[in-house]
Write a protein that binds this ligand. Sequence first.
Ligand SMILES: NC(=O)c1ccc[n+]([C@@H]2O[C@H](COP(=O)([O-])OP(=O)(O)OC[C@H]3O[C@@H](n4cnc5c(N)ncnc54)[C@H](O)[C@@H]3O)[C@@H](O)[C@H]2O)c1
Length: 377
Amino acid sequence: MFELMDEWGPEKVVCVSDRRTGMQGVLVIDNTARGMGKGGTRMAPDVTVQEVARLARTMTWKWAALNLFFGGAQAGIRYDPASASKPDALRAFARALSNEVPAEYVFGLDMGLTEQDAAILLDETRTRSAAVGTPEALGGLAYDRLGVTGFGVAEAADAAAEALGITLRDARVVVQGFGAVGAHAARRLADLGATVVAVSSARGVLHEPDGLDVDRLLRLRDEHGDDCVLAYGTSVGALGSELLLPCEVLIPAATQDVIDADVAGRISARLVVEGANMPTDAAAQEVLRARGVAVVPDFIANGGGAVAAGFAMDARHSPFPVQPEPVFEAVSRSIRANTAEILGRTLAGTRTSHAVARELAQERVRQATKLRTGLLV
Ligand SMILES: NC(=O)c1ccc[n+]([C@@H]2O[C@H](COP(=O)([O-])OP(=O)(O)OC[C@H]3O[C@@H](n4cnc5c(N)ncnc54)[C@H](O)[C@@H]3O)[C@@H](O)[C@H]2O)c1
């Protein structure tokens, strides 16, 4: 466990288990220099402490880059989210963390958790303060269903296109992953006038050089989920092929580590906007920089969910329902400004946009630490 630690954190790691349900879980509070630890709660049968710690660190940088006053944290539950006993595992996890929640951590949504699960966590802890991402009927902000993160990814793409002199109305866009992030990003980009030429899900790749009918795809997704690409009616290509298709804007919005140095050397896009967490590795980021391909890093582009979670944190203490409009306005404003600032600094220098964005976030965390302790990190 000590190998997880460096100068930034984590400050606290709590491992819990429950013999009755077989639930195993972990809470990682990474760095609270700028505020209490906040980040999602993930459930997967193979989730690891290392993975949760990495996500908690990403949250530290994401909050700092957004200039919102929370610290990084993340929770993980090693359990099958498709299991019928999922509610029992959630309740066991909530009971095991009764010392930390809600004083030091508030449950949130991540892979494997839904609004309904957030409601169960809230019920078990008997306080509205314990979870965000809860259903509207419980006074929450259902930010995954509203598509806030995907909306923000599209805003990042639009702001980056502007900075690079790409006309989005003439641009071809490829979206990898047609889930909560990818589908809403595609919808917003189509609304902004871009031509979405390809989308994929874990079931395959749909490519239509003249442009896909995104509204129709969204309706098919409601009906068929990931099989929407099969239901669309044209031939479906192999997974991964979409990354190399001719386009101006590429949005990886599926999963991590999909663009390595080899793929980075062959993509045709001029702009990559990272909807997913960690879709490019460090070598790929260097190759893209050397080829003059602009990249909006994950913790800049996909911060929309975090902004929404910030609103939801406030809503826990209010009897008034959260209105979505101010949330979308705040997401658009902060993601556009951040994207323009990071790309501006990157284009003026010789480092990758990830290095530039991380440095900005680290500087803010370092300053907060210094103010609290009078010491440099
Ligand atoms: N949901 C959010 O608010 C949010 C916020 C920040 C970051 N993210 C990140 O965005 C990514 C996607 O999250 P999501 O919430 O949209 O998940 P999701 O489960 O709703 O959707 C994922 C989509 O990707 C597809 N997919 C999976 N593997 C694929 C592959 N190899 N090729 C093509 N498609 C594939 C799935 O079929 C699905 O359509 C993850 O990296 C997540 O950590 C999500």
